[in-house]
Design a protein around this ligand. Structure first.
Ligand SMILES: *Cc1c(COP(=O)(O)O)cnc(C)c1O
Length: 407
């Protein structure tokens, strides 16, 4: 028996540090990653894994995409932050690129996804008071059970997840929550004070929940009838994940406002935006909204490169094509007695396990042992979301591993 036998591994030592000095607001898998490239990440022991979470779809372009890294480094050495008190040379070109790509008149740049959602809420309320004529302080926004729109106090206030909202109140009023996918319930929730419907076209954190085909068109029609805005949160579902630029395009509707984030920067830097036409965006005047880092030149350079990669590498079409293959492979799992349901849209899948399977975590831990990193959501669902640069062979390797751990 030597001392070396009880020396903690590098992994154990780093996990211990984290446990001692970080708030315990996450429960990560016990893998400590130190570098990455494309679909691959390496841990501190030199083991290699395929990343089938892609930082909740922030890394759709693949880890450390050389074009985005180059844009980041070049810009960091030149100009990083001016604040919006002055103008910077990267700001206008990114706004133009994002507006042209998405088809909206204007963009408002922020940092975290939650800030883009907060921006949408402010825009919708001001639009309601100033353009629709809603009585002061009476604006209502319709939201859905199982939503995830971020972590600010306003946003968790209309979450239905007790873990996200418990003991963080009092919460902001003005939100009406109805079951997701239930067009009749949504229609019944409209009043003369409704200014917007805020919806994820596919619920990501909810477990990759795909609503019935008629749901978004019905919300669109109800918003038109009641003169309210349809706002889609595409922070996780957008920018190619679902095989379209935006998931709501799959339903053939156009939203009045869109939130984007995550893959907008390909994982290199936090960049988010709210997109809308002038009739909505012109409710903002100088001083009414802002952010010290929002629209900074580093963010703009990174986001421009990230959008170029998305377009030039045809990642959206790739997600559609490879998504069809992923779905075919995952349908095999439906034969497993542990699997209750499989949902797939683009390169995004939720595999629901029966309660008797004992929760998703034990299977994501076994997947880690097989060299595939994935994250459970809502206890019984395994979510798969590889970078969109994944190959067909890599998808097959991950599906084979999933078949093994669920056997
Ligand atoms: C991740 C996410 C957010 C919040 O983004 P942050 O950058 O974590 O603030 C909002 N909406 C959806 C749908 C998300 O998936």
């Amino acid at each position: 028996m030597t001392n070396a036998a009880v020396e903690p591994s590098a992994t154990e030592a780093l996990i211990e540090l984290e446990g001692r000095y970080s708030a315990h607001n996450y429960h990560p898998l016990d893998v400590v990653i130190e570098r990455a490239e494309g679909v691959w990440v390496w841990d501190v022991e030199g083991r290699r894994y395929m990343d089938f979470l892609a930082a909740y779809s922030a890394v759709n372009q693949g880890h450390n995409h050389p074009r985005i890294v180059a844009a980041l480094c070049e810009q960091a050495g030149r100009l990083a932050l001016t604040s919006r008190a002055f103008r910077n040379d990267r700001f206008g070109p990114l706004c133009q690129k994002l507006a042209a790509l998405t088809g909206y008149d204007k963009v408002l740049l922020m940092n975290a996804g939650a800030e883009a959602v907060e921006t949408a809420i402010k825009a919708a309320r001001r639009w309601g008071y100033r353009k629709k004529g809603v009585a002061a302080g009476a604006a209502e926004i319709i939201v859905f059970e199982g939503n995830f729109h971020g972590r600010t106090t306003t946003i968790v206030g209309f979450s239905s997840d007790p873990n996200s909202r418990g003991d963080f109140g009092p919460f902001a009023p003005g939100f009406v929550r109805v079951p997701y996918g239930d067009a009749n319930a949504a229609r019944a929730a409209f009043t003369e004070n409704t200014v917007a419907v805020l919806v994820e076209p596919v619920q990501g954190e909810g477990g990759v929940i795909i609503p019935p085909r008629e749901f978004l068109p019905a919300l669109r029609a109800a918003c038109d009838e009641h003169h309210a805005l349809l706002v889609c949160d595409e922070i996780q579902s957008g920018l190619g994940r679902c095989g379209e630029l935006f998931a709501h395009h799959l339903a053939g509707v156009r939203a009045d406002g869109v939130c984007v984030g995550k893959a907008l920067s390909g994982g290199l830097y936090p960049v988010s935006a709210f997109l809308a036409d002038d009739a909505v965006m012109d409710v903002f005047d100088p001083g009414s909204h802002g952010s010290t880092y929002g629209g900074n030149p580093l963010a703009c350079a990174v986001a421009e490169a990230a959008l170029d990669v998305l377009t030039d590498e045809g990642l959206i079409a790739r997600a559609k094509q490879l998504g069809a293959h992923l779905e075919r492979r995952l349908r095999e799992l439906e034969r497993s007695p542990r699997v209750k349901a499989v949902r797939c849209v683009g390169l995004w899948a939720g595999v629901d396990l029966h309660e008797s399977a004992g929760g998703a975590r034990r299977y994501t831990e076994r997947l880690k042992g097989e060299g595939v990193l994935a994250k459970g959501t809502h206890v019984h669902t395994i979510r798969l979301a590889p970078p969109l640069v994944v190959t067909r062979e890599q998808l097959d390797m991950a599906c084979d591993a999933l078949v093994r751990v669920l056997a």
